[in-house]
Design a protein around this ligand. Structure first.
Ligand code: BG6
Length: 491
């Protein structure tokens, strides 16, 4: 990132939507407060809302101010002053919105111009075409695509082609906010800035890897999106596979825009395909029913409050997914990677567990293999379970004890939200933490056969009560080989 922030125009399509109000605008405010935005940088929200600048600033004042620390009213006012709003209807007949945007951007062609598409994927192509038609795509333009990038390989290819017809791949930033999380980046540092792990980071020493993203939240009000996504598309295709890549990738030769992505894509291409009857053995899908979560009684997926009533699609969609994956290469042959994610789990926990093999020859009874736990959220940290001797005379008694690093205790200062980091990277023109076209497509290529097998069954996912650790089959998935899931209440 350059020392002096360069002036930029950030145009957020879907600028009054949930993502913008909950994540993007707070992240931009934090960056502004930290002096990371150039004085003349502007944020131009685009939506169908029919708002003018003053209306939009009022809306942000009312809805965002309460969620960010406003210690200095001057900074908040400066931030509000950066905001503009343009009303547009993509595919609509009214050109006045584009004309107003053109007016706002005229004379600023030399600046970084970022189009952030915080909108459903079917709008990506039409938006890019209209922006191009309006003459707004400059050589210094970038486009940020929010997930989900399509709902299968075919739609992802189409979107990538449509966007690629207007923007060069170097200008396209496909966001996966997990890559902006501090602890996720720390995983790279842990692996590649320390020497001790690399010699044992392979199938000789590692028994298996678990990647869990458990959430307590359900999906109230999200039926429209979630019924057609499900846990596999919403979480596994992107967040969990990205984590898997970072664990499994080979050391890149440089920390630059392509080297890390080159290595990640090789992992995705090495994933063993799960097809046909294997889908039953290697995957599990579940849907939560009513239960107890966060100390309260909560409804099942089908009874979540929403504007629309549940349909057949609602009955078939999974809110929990678990998969046994394998990376077919020299380093990882035979090492299962267990992935699981679910809504309405007992507690929120995202972690990567690397389970080492037992010592080759044990001279002490009662030893258990080492385990490295990378906790991504909450309470970010790294824990290595090692065997120690319990103090005392007489027989040697072993006990697994944790060597723990808590980021909160070790590093003071605020941990920036993933979007802060990623937005600043886009403004600075650094795509390292964004997904390249071939990565997204390789991920869909692996996910697609699982989805089509699931869909061809036409059956409902296995129920699990809200607040539980997922369906029974998820335990069988790891239990078949004598393993268990990690995590109290999640095992
Ligand atoms: C989003 C999914 O990408 O990630 C949501 O669409 C999910 O369904 C969210 O809740 C989880 O993100 P985080 O940062 O809260 O772990």
């Amino acid at each position: 990132m350059s020392e002096t922030p360069q002036p930029a125009d950030l145009i957020v399509f879907g600028g009054t939507g949930d993502l913008s109000m909950r994540k993007l605008l707070p992240a931009l405010y934090h960056s502004d407060r930290a002096g990371l935005l150039a004085p003349s940088t502007r944020v131009i929200a685009m939506s169908r809302g029919g708002l003018d600048d003053a209306d939009f600033r009022g809306k942000v004042d009312a809805e965002v101010r309460g969620s960010v620390p406003v210690d200095d009213p001057g900074t908040w006012q400066r931030f509000l002053g950066r905001l503009h709003h343009v009303s547009v209807d993509i595919g609509g007949q009214d050109p006045t919105g584009w004309a107003r945007l053109t007016g706002l951007l005229a004379g600023y062609e030399h600046r970084a111009r970022v189009f952030y598409l915080a909108s459903p994927p079917m709008t990506f192509g039409p938006f890019c075409r209209e922006a191009h038609r309006a003459g707004l795509v400059t050589p210094a333009s970038r486009v940020v695509l929010e997930k989900p990038l399509g709902r299968d390989l075919t739609s992802a290819l189409r979107i990538n082609d449509e966007v690629g017809a207007i923007f060069d791949e170097r200008q396209v930033y496909r966001i996966d906010h997990y890559l902006g999380k501090e602890t996720v980046q720390n995983l790279l540092v842990l692996r590649f800035a320390n020497a001790f792990l690399e010699p044992i980071w392979n199938s000789l020493w590692i028994d298996h890897v678990q990647i869990t993203v458990a959430e307590t939240v359900g999906t109230p009000g999200r039926r429209g999106y979630y019924d057609h996504a499900g846990a596999l598309r919403d979480m596994v295709q992107n967040h969990l596979l990205q984590l898997l890549c970072l664990v499994a990738m080979e050391p890149p030769s440089r920390n630059d825009r392509e080297s890390i992505r080159d290595e990640k894509v090789k992992v995705l291409q090495s994933l063993r395909a799960v097809t046909g009857g294997e889908v039953d053995r290697f995957t599990v899908r579940g849907q939560y029913t009513a239960g107890e979560s966060g100390g309260a009684r909560v409804p099942g997926y089908l009874d979540e409050p929403d504007r629309t009533a549940p349909t057949e699609a609602s009955r078939r969609v999974e809110t929990f997914a678990a998969i046994r994956a394998e990376v077919k290469n020299w380093r990882w042959a035979g090492v299962p990677f267990y992935l699981r994610t679910g809504k309405r789990m007992p507690y929120r926990c995202s972690e990567i567990v690397v389970q080492f093999k037992d010592v080759p020859h044990s001279i002490f009874p009662g030893s258990t293999p080492n385990r490295l736990v990378l906790r991504l959220q909450p309470s970010e940290g790294i824990q290595l379970n090692i065997m120690a001797k319990e103090p005392g005379a007489g027989e040697v008694t072993l006990k697994p004890v944790p060597l723990s690093l808590s980021f909160a205790e070790t590093f003071t200062g605020r941990v920036p939200d993933a979007y802060e980091r990623l937005l600043m990277d886009v403004l600075a023109g650094n795509p390292t933490l964004f997904m390249r076209r071939d990565e997204v497509e390789a991920a869909w290529r692996w996910i697609d056969p699982i989805i089509s097998e699931w869909e061809s069954r036409g059956t409902a996912p296995e129920p699990y009560p809200a607040g539980s650790a997922g369906p029974a089959s998820a335990h069988e998935l790891v239990g078949r080989s004598g393993r268990t899931w990690h995590g109290e209440g999640l095992a």
